[in-house]
Structures are given as structure tokens and as C-alpha cells.
Write a protein of this length. Structure first.
Length: 171
């Protein structure tokens, strides 16, 4: 996540918090980014289209006033290309404030519901936060699990163990 995206996300979050519209803004932000097709992106990124025209188009969308004003600032400062990164940073802020921890569990096969529930319970007890697990299937993994959260990677896969063993033996 870029520092610029993080700064914009923090600014939007603080304004949304002040207006008590954090989730409303998140829903509008998500809907807006998902609705962007190639033609709309091309319009907003086209340097020949005046900023005023881009901002006028925003007025035609049914967006919360705060979010519409935010998008106008994004356009004014030529940061429309960073919009998805800003959205992800905003969601991270929301989850952090709500004490939600998102963990990616990478495995060779899909994990069962029982195994997922067990992992959720284990991590909720350990970190005293609500845990959301995303199971990513990577067929390259022979066995074991890799956990990715908050910038950490805990790799307990057979692949990683074999790589560590190989590097020790080749020294």
C-alpha cells in the first residue's frame, strides 16, 4: 500500500468518522470502484478532459456528499489512478478500528468448514480480535499451511520446510 493511498484513506476515514458515516462511505466506495468499467476509467484518466467536467459527472451519480467531495479532491490532485489502493487502505482502517483481523490461509486444498472454524477460534483467543479467514488454494503447496496477516508470513508448508532444509544442507 502506498503512502499516498494511506494518507488519502486516513483523511477520508477521519471525515467519515466525524460525520458518523464510516460504513456508508465504505459501501459507496466499494460500489463506485466495482462499477468502474474501462470507458469510465478512461474518461477520468484522460488528461484532455477538464477537471471541472470530471467533477460535474460525479454530481450525476447518487453518491453520499462526503464521498463525492472526496472524489473531487482525488481528481483535483490527479490521484484517480490510486483509487483502488485508497479503498483497500480505507477498509484496512475500518477493520483495524473494529478490531477485525483478516488472515489469509494458503493451502494446497480447500480447508473444511470445521478446520476454518477451529483456526478462527484459535486466532480469536490468541489476539482477542474478531478474525476473518480467507482460504487461498495454491496447488503448488504439497502440505501444511501458510498464514499471512498484518505484514507477517508464517509459512509452515512442506515446501518451505524443504527449502529451509535444502539451504542448510548446501551451506
Amino acid at each position: 500500500m502506498s503512502a499516498v493511498a494511506n494518507q488519502y484513506a486516513v483523511a477520508l476515514y477521519e471525515l467519515a468518522l466525524e460525520a458518523a458515516e464510516e460504513t456508508t462511505i465504505e459501501k459507496a466506495f466499494k460500489a463506485f470502484t466495482e462499477a468502474l468499467d474501462d470507458d469510465i476509467k478512461a474518461f477520468f484518466l484522460n488528461p484532455r478532459v477538464r477537471k471541472k467536467d470530471k467533477q460535474a459527472l460525479l454530481e450525476t451519480f447518487k453518491l453520499p456528499v462526503l464521498f463525492c467531495d472526496f472524489l473531487k479532491v482525488v481528481i483535483e490532485h490527479h490521484r484517480f489512478l490510486d483509487l483502488k489502493a485508497i479503498y483497500h487502505a480505507y477498509v484496512s482502517l475500518l477493520e483495524s478500528q473494529a478490531k477485525i483481523m483478516r488472515i489469509r490461509v494458503v493451502s494446497g486444498r480447500p480447508l473444511s468448514e470445521a478446520r476454518m472454524a477451529s483456526l478462527v477460534k484459535q486466532y480469536e483467543q490468541k489476539y482477542r480480535r474478531q478474525v476473518l479467514l480467507d482460504n487461498i488454494v495454491d496447488p503448488v503447496i504439497v502440505g501444511g499451511l501458510r498464514f499471512e496477516f498484518e505484514g507477517l508470513v508464517l509459512d509452515d508448508t512442506i515446501n518451505a520446510n524443504l527449502n529451509r532444509l535444502t539451504s542448510r544442507l548446501t551451506r
